[in-house]
Ligand binder design. Sequence first.
Ligand code: UGA
Length: 457
Amino acid sequence: MGQQQLNVCVVGAGYVGLTTGVCLAYLGHQVTCIDKDREKIDMLLAGRAPIYEPGLEDLLRLANARLKFTTSPEACRHADVIILAVGTPPTPNGNADLSFMEAAAAEVAAQLTGERFQVIVNKSTVPVGTAQRVNLIITTAIASRGGSANFAVASNPEFLREGVAIHDTLYPDRIVIGSASNEAINMLRVMYAPILEQTFAAPKVCPRPERFDLPALVTTDVTSAEMIKYAANAFLAMKISFINEIGGLCEKVGADVTEVARGIGLDKRIGPRFLQAGLGWGGSCFGKDTAALIRTAQEYGYDMPIVSATVSVNRRQRLRAIDKLQETLKVVRGRTIGLLGLAFKPDTDDLRDAPALDIIRVLLEMGARVKVYDPVALENFKIQYPNLAVEPCKNASELSQDCDAVIIVTEWEEFRHLPLAELAEKMTGAKVLIDGRNIIDRQDAEKAGLRYVGFGR
Ligand code: UGA
């Protein structure tokens, strides 16, 4: 392929780090993934992915010859590029907790010899100013041991979605690189050349989309790169909250939000994606990033009413499922309610900030009996929430037995093809189907004998 092979270290083998590392190895670079979690590293050494992500294990196998996994940061010594992809969990006040990031920077600093130029890349989602902070930590560490510095820091945010992480890494819309150093930008341009030019053979597990334009490369200053990440997530979250707010009014006036989304989405300035109304967004990113953005703004005494409203509309949206139960069943106490879907979205077992959790808690407080089913996240749920007194079920059919209402919480593909007649037969009372993701045809549901309640329609 004539592409230059780089030596890359990825610190943090979570979603972002692991996907990035495995993809870069697949593209031809020599990659070492470093993580403190021995168990995780052992799993990876055995060829297994510690997270559920479609295609990841296949790619792991394909790239195996160029991939190393270790708990020791020593490999950073010989790396051209060191990617920091450690967690930045939210603190109670909405700030991102940078302690993992700072510890990783210090560990990396201890390995830098100054013999070769090295690029330190911030890939974790970190507040504005973190690249400067990483730069300071490393510079200070090197100076205090009297070493010579020969590195530059770059911000290179990622935009991958869970469940389609490999696709989003190999076929992105754009790659953003922010750095004050042209040498660093050039190094990363080389690292990403196979993606930017699409010169690699697409893996069978993740074929190149039929219509795909080469990704744009955005090179900019670090602070703007850091801001791009937050602004992108806040905008996407806002799009969803916007359509949900419109959906609420659609219900009042008798319009169908899916029609409205279709009608506005065809305007190229708006675009059709992220306009699916329903129970709203969850996951580890939108909630955390909108909170961090608001928090940063507060530090400057600056108001962000649009981002704040995005968050409050989403909070309200989840509880609309409860309103709809009260509207249809009247009394919720003592009823049996089934939840189809626990994961915050399909194709993942991730439960972080999942709408299902809020709905379960409120239902239990109200005195309902709650049954749950999820094709993948059930095991995770049992481990993480052993105290939530719900009844796990093996499938939708078992779940529906004796339910007064069933709520579709996650748009798993299999829920698009539910055996509606069977569900109706097993359910009891008003037999309400609350379609929290607008994936079922009202007429089909009603023909099967269910009382259908959508969102915004
Ligand atoms: C999101 C962004 O989409 C990625 O670009 C970004 O890189 C990532 O966060 C991150 O910062 O790491 P992710 O959280 O994996 O990705 O999931 P999305 O596919 O964006 O979905 C987020 C939530 O929005 C889900 O709960 C989904 O059900 C909901 N959603 C999405 C809607 O309610 N309506 C829509 O139209 C689209």
